[in-house]
Every structure is written in C-alpha cells, then in structure tokens.
Design a protein around this ligand. Sequence first.
Ligand SMILES: [Fe+2]
Length: 174
Amino acid sequence: MPDLHFSDLAASDRPFTPEEAADVAARAASRVDLDALPRTGTGEAVLLWRDEHSEGWLNTWWESRDTGYHDHDGSCVGVHVLAGRASNEALVVGTARDVRAYGAGESFSFPGSGIHRMDHDAGAVTIHVYSPPLRRIGAYELVDGRLQRVSCSPDEPSPPSPALLAALSGTAAA
Ligand SMILES: [Fe+2]
C-alpha cells in the first residue's frame, strides 16, 4: 500500500453526516490504485486515517464475507465500492428484506442509529468511512427465538447471523 495521505479529506470540526461520509469515501477511493493492491489471502482492512471525528478503512474482500446484522453504536457509515459488488440491507421487520446491491463507482450511506447487514462478493474492494470513529459494534442474532445483541470490539469482524437471516427471509417469502 503506497503512503497515501487522507487528512485533508477527513478534516472537519464535527462528525460527518451519512451523506458526507459517503462523499469522503468516494473521494478517498479516487486516490487508491487498484492494481497496486496485494491480492493474497482472504483480504484485509487497512486503516487510512482515524481522527477525532472519523476513520476510513480500505477493505479488500478476496473471499466473500457476510457481516451479519449489526449496528455501529452510533457511528454512521459511508461506503464506496471501488471494485466488485457489495450489497447492503437495513434490518426490516414485517416486510420483505430490503437488499440493495452496489457496484464499482457507487456509494451509499447508513445512519448511526440503524441496524444493517452487508454481503461483500469475492473480489470486492470498498472504502468505509465511519463517523464518529467506531467505538463498539453490536452484533444481532436470534437465540431460541429471542433477538440478542452482543457488543463486539470494532477490531474484530462481526459474526454472520444465520438464524436471524433465515427468519427475515421467511418473512420475505410469506
Ligand atoms: Fe456496518
């Protein structure tokens, strides 16, 4: 990874709105040389910056990855897809699942109050901008039919939530 500087993009005297976080992610993406990224292993998350109000991560997904349903403990996120495809869904109840796919060159954002799940296709490259910086991640799953939230370190990948996914998919099929 070349020594890229992002502090000018991240400069702010307050946390970003979700839309601003997505815009910063897109502008950060324009400084990344896809061809220079190492293509070994399952992929990695490289911290581009972290300051008082935001942090940015460059993620390579050489294997597909399901984040499970999770929240960001108040941090919004802006995502830009540099390569491949990533899908995002807000957790909805009582209606069909709302899965939206994004391809190279597309951005989206998600509010800090929300619960979502992302699927990254193998080969995807993304930039995620969290604002304020992630403190904790809340991971959701159904256990014996009860929705549970487990607080996780942001340094660890959030676990898939197969029981909750199956339950919500059943709603969609009804
Ligand atoms: Fe997330």
